[in-house]
Design a protein around this ligand. Structure first.
Ligand code: GDP
Length: 696
């Protein structure tokens, strides 16, 4: 049984660690821990030439991944003859690097950027701010499975070694010595029925065990990253990621039954229930507790970060392959792999100065990889060009160094493009405006945000998710319904406002008064309605105005002029372009043309907000692209502006016409199935996007 295992950067930063006994946990935390002594005496002072070190009854073994500057360490009681430690270290190294290589490369790049004196770490993150617990959260389960696999294999080997040998009894010459005469046959006859009974009993036991579920054992805490498993924890039961099930309103393909209709009909108040409409709304379904953001110490509500998760099946596959191959061959040191990309880098071998010709095939492969990730072609071209330029003429050593050099160059380039040049802290910007000193004669203006984009990208839906976030931060929000074109647009916002006003804020049971809709129906001038809404917000103490605009195609000049007029007239504090994550090249075209048209036409309109372009992006339908997140790269590349949020879910409405022939929709005519919630908004961390783009 192991006592402690850790994965660290050679500079001493612990990326992940686990102690298996309370004593080991205590020892690991002290400076005299065997692992710390190992690093001090064996590695830094070089007092041992071996890869094994013994101290205070512990044996410590380690192994390096040189190109990623990692060290894997395992400590166990010296008296235990653990035969699988070398295999364990090799397998852990192999799989850890495969699973997290993009993250590790980014991390390494940032460390190097910091130590090479480029003041700000490339990704804008200091070493201390790397959230290893989050980055490697799947690793615990993977680790358990590897360890368990090797322990079982070792146990089987042991059993095989001690299996009683079946002695075939040769007729021996008669002897007087009675002790040499077998008292019974060496092979005991076993009753077949008994075997069947035993098999059945075993099956029953296994079934019973299965029913217990694959939950992780309690009591995990960690050293370095916050987790530790206690002895006897269920580390052997496979850990399944919890699949979220959301309660959905019943509204399938078939015609609804009478009782379905009754439960869905919000058009009248049911007798004896004054709050029938409210009661029939499943408020819990509008907010997913698991996706709720966090509150900072000063009470601010922050939406969650988008995380790039590993797929369970991919990890499973890798583990079983690694365990199988460890039986037949000794794994070599990690070659570091980016799968397809890795094999491209592998073509460059030997120690030499890199030339354009060396890099050509590698860069072409890299471009194809980026395009597969939905990066627009021209952006992929430019990224590869930059990576090539940074590498030509560089002297590289063996394969490991070239591999690391190319990966680092690409990772650095992506990080540079994605790192925001302006603040993504919208809340700070709002608070700064709202708290700025004002002459007593002047009324405070609310902070206004205009959402623009083509039709159907998710402007209204995500505007309401932003609204939820603002309300949770104690701000009063007015939504201005300036899409006076698309039928149903105003009603859609009305339903959102109704929902949002029923959701609690920080303990309170609803947000009434915190959100309101400003609407003037259809066919009117959107710029004028926005102006009225801002004035209304100013006079009624609203902090923020969210302006919804009609979707329009980027090439439609009259509509782009109308949008520019709205901007020029109202000079919003932020103009957020809402774009879909699904689009590749199209994202660049939309964004470039919106930005250009807004700048040109708003300047021509000559209003207060002249020469205004896009200030930031909200990328929607992020939930539909998996790791093909290249649109984020394309969008930041063309504007130089940050992605403020990504939308990763939707609230779907269905219209229910209660009365035949009704020609005006009211909110009573809407029912909805909730597929996602107001909490389905995320912030992007540069390293996570880089990791997703680099992954295979
Ligand atoms: P608008 O015309 O730009 O205002 O778009 P809507 O807000 O009406 O949304 C258009 C469609 O996109 C609706 O079906 C939404 O449910 C869906 N949608 C919006 N945001 C997301 C998202 O983040 N993920 C997914 N999967 N769908 C979304």
């Amino acid at each position: 049984m192991l006592d402690h295992c850790s994965i660290s950067h050679k500079g001493g930063i612990v990326l992940w660690s686990r102690s298996f006994t309370p004593a080991a946990a205590q020892a690991a935390a002290s400076s005299s821990s065997p692992v710390n002594s190992l690093i001090r005496e064996a590695l830094i002072e070089g007092r041992t030439a071996e890869d094994k070190y013994e101290k205070d009854g512990y044996a410590v073994k380690w192994s390096f991944v040189n190109d990623l500057e990692l060290i894997f360490v395992v400590a166990y009681q010296r008296i235990l003859q653990l035969t699988y430690i070398d295999e364990l270290l090799a397998t852990l190294k192999n799989i850890f690097v495969k699973l997290f290589e993009p993250f590790l490369a980014t991390f390494l790049a940032s460390l190097h950027a910091a130590t090479s004196g480029s003041a700000i770490i490339a990704s804008g993150q200091s070493a201390a701010s790397w959230n290893f617990a989050k980055a490697f959260e799947n690793w615990d389960a993977v680790f358990d499975r590897i360890l368990h696999g090797l322990e079982s294999k070792a146990a089987q080997d042991r059993k095989a070694r001690y299996k009683p040998v079946q002695i075939s009894i040769e007729p021996s010459p008669p002897s007087d010595d009675m002790s040499t005469i077998p008292s019974q046959s060496a092979e005991t006859t076993v009753d077949e029925e008994q075997i069947a009974r035993n098999v059945q009993a075993l099956k029953n036991r296994l079934r019973g065990k299965g029913a217990r579920g694959g939950r992780r054992g309690p009591g995990r805490s960690d050293i370095g990253s916050g987790r530790e498993s206690l002895p006897g924890s269920d580390s052997d039961t496979p850990v399944k990621r919890k699949t979220k099930t959301k309660t959905q309103r019943k509204w399938g393909e078939q015609a609804p039954t009478e009782s379905d209709m009754a439960s869905l009909d919000f058009s009248y108040e049911k007798p004896g229930d004054a709050d029938a409409n409210r009661g029939s709304l499943d408020l819990n379904a509008l907010v997913d507790r698991d996706s709720l953001g966090t509150r900072t110490q000063n009470g601010m509500y922050e939406v969650k970060d988008w995380e790039f998760g590993l797929k369970d099946s991919a990890a499973d596959d890798m583990i079983s392959k690694a365990l199988m191959s460890s039986q037949t061959s000794k794994p070599t040191s990690s070659s570091g792999s980016l799968g397809a990309l890795g094999s491209l880098f592998a073509r460059l071998t030997g120690s030499k100065v890199l030339t354009e010709d060396d890099l050509k095939p590698v860069l072409e492969g890299m471009k194809q990889h980026l395009m597969k990730k939905n990066v627009a072609k021209e952006i992929a071209d430019k990224v590869c060009e930059g990576v090539g330029e940074s590498l030509v003429g560089k002297k590289v050593g063996g394969f490991q160094t070239i591999n690391a050099a190319v990966r680092l160059a690409l990772s650095n380039s992506l990080t540079r493009i994605l790192t925001p040049k302006t603040s993504t802290d919208l809340l700070l910007s709002i608070r700064t405006k709202l708290s700025a000193p004002l002459p007593s004669s002047q009324q405070r203006m609310p902070y206004s945000i205009t959402f623009v984009g083509v039709n159907g990208v998710g402007k209204s839906t995500n505007l309401s998710k932003v609204c939820f976030w603002l309300i949770q931060n104690g701000l009063r929000v007015l939504i201005a319904a300036c899409d006076t074109f698309r039928s149903g647009a105003v009603e859609q916002l009305r339903v959102h406002v109704r929902n949002l006003s029923m959701l609690g804020v920080n303990g309170a049971t609803d947000s009434k008064g915190r959100v309101e809709l400003y609407e003037r129906g259809y066919g009117k001038d959107a710029a004028g309605i926005a102006k009225e809404a801002i004035a209304y917000a100013r006079d009624h103490d609203f902090d923020v105005v969210l302006i919804d605009t009609a979707g329009r195609m980027q090439d439609n000049e009259p509509l782009m002029r109308a949008l520019a007029k709205l901007v020029a007239t109202n000079n919003p504090d932020k103009i957020i372009f809402v774009g879909e994550a699904l689009v590749g090249n199209e994202a660049v075209d939309q964004l470039t043309k919106f930005d250009r048209a807004l700048r040109d036409f708003s300047a021509a309109s000559g209003g207060v907000g002249k020469q205004r372009g896009i200030d930031g992006m909200l990328v929607t339908k992020w939930d539909t692209v998996d790791d093909k997140v290249g649109a984020a790269l394309s969008m930041t590349y063309v504007t130089g502006q940050p992605i403020i949020f990504v939308g990763c879910g939707q609230v779907r409405f269905l219209v229910l016409l209660v009365q035949q022939g009704c020609n005006e929709l009211t909110d009573d005519h809407f029912v909805y199935t909730i597929e996602q919630t107001y909490t389905d908004l995320r912030q992007l961390r540069v390293s996570n996007v880089v990791q997703a783009i680099l992954s295979d």
